[in-house]
Design a protein around this ligand. Sequence first.
Ligand code: PGA
Length: 256
Amino acid sequence: MRILMIAGNWKMNTTVSEAVKLVNEMRQGLDEIANVDKVVCPPFVSLAAVKEIIKGSSIKLGAQNLYFEEKGAYTGEISPLMLADLCEYVIIGHSERRQYFHEAGDIVNKKVRAALKVELKPILCVGERLEENEAGRTEEVVAEQLRSSLAGIDSLGDLTIAYEPIWAIGTGRAATGRWADETIGFIRRSITKLYTESVAQGIRILYGGSVTADNATEFMEQPEIDGALVGGASLKAEQFLSIIKQTSEARGRLSS
Ligand code: PGA
């Protein structure tokens, strides 16, 4: 059975001291929950400080982005090697990167390759816009994002996929558990087509988009959903902890 994962994407929030405070508030509660992978993704500048605080705990660390070149004259960018030294996971292809920084399929593809090369575990985000959803094009859009992001990549390593419908991100308008489950089922079938059934069965696929302590159970009880990528609610220790507790309980029910 796949181990569920809850990853908190802090986005461009928290100063270093706020990040330290937040992770200190979460540390003990998160550490007590054993059957869920718990990942926090603070901004780059706080990675080292957060790493120090979670040392010795079961909490894992992720970055929110990376650049695909190894090193050199790329002012302001962060390389895969720099991150590999600091953290285990990296979010790639988030819709905010696609939308505001024009990261199209080939850039996402290079980033996934670069992460895998240094054994960083990518959390690859896919998802459709509202107009695409309303036009019934979700499957087509998501299939194309998967195809281009993974083109030419033979081995996915420990890659996780996050299905994040753009209309649900930061809007308070989450998808329904059923919709997310069906789309994630489609994503899994697409991975079977691109790779093999056993790769598809082994890969974790998360839901993301307005997950909160009030709706987490609805998602976590779905058989295809392997966890969540949480934005806003990951900035509040109590909410994030509640989401993880609900995930742990739902997994307990699903496996019994
Ligand atoms: P949200 O963000 O939970 O605030 O909707 C999710 C994400 O963008 O990963």
